[in-house]
Write a new protein. Sequence first.
Length: 281
Amino acid sequence: MASACDGCAQRDGCNNQDSCEKRNGIEKLPQGAGNDIKCVIGVCSGKGGVGKSFVTATLAKKLSSEGLKVGIMDADITGPSIPRAYGLKGMLEVNENERIIPAETSSGIKVVSLNLLLEDESSPVIWRGPVLSGLVRQFWTDVEWGMLDVLLIDMPPGTGDIPLTIFQSLPIDGLVLVATSQELVSMIVAKAGNMAAMMNVKILGLVENMAYVLCPDCGKKISLFGSDEVLLRDSSKAGIPLLDKIPLDPSVTALVDSGKTEDVDTSSMLEGSAKAVRALL
């Protein structure tokens, strides 16, 4: 895979990645005053519609149920869906220090999203890239996150301005890639993985979402998108391990869609992803 050092005139004889990042203008933003975030995990996908926000929401619930203090930064600015997954409504407030106070779910998961800053959540966000990227930086520096074990960042799909801003500006400890098993998605996963490698961001692994559905009559696993052989082969070639395979369960989908993510039984879900996150703490 390519590296952020490729093409650097000072690459020879340089073993200091930190100084390399500073030379190339990729110095990370510091945490906001008073914040203590131990681990930052990006949840990303090469394309939309694969359930990235679903994985973010349910992984947050799982980690929280295991006793960790968890926050979610909804950085999918033009398609924010985390507040709805948790049934959060209303406008975020600002404290006396002009810092944004996150919303909290019933179990204490902290959430910041543009949908919680708009009077009408259905209003379209017609902003150019630099404005969107600036908002993501503010979600890191100007939010009263407090003490968190894990901050999950629900990233927009693809490799555009906002993912690039997150990779360059925020101290990401690891990435979880989300994909389905279509052959086209396999190529896009490779693109997202290559971008992460170029930005020197560690990829924890891959979550295959909607991997199958269980027949309600016989219990047979039915592959919705065909064999995942190509996806697993290509991700393995890229050095990306498979963390979890999540079935499509209409009952779970209904809970999330109705804002009841905290009612989802995650005891047997996303075990590989949760283990990979805990290993960083």
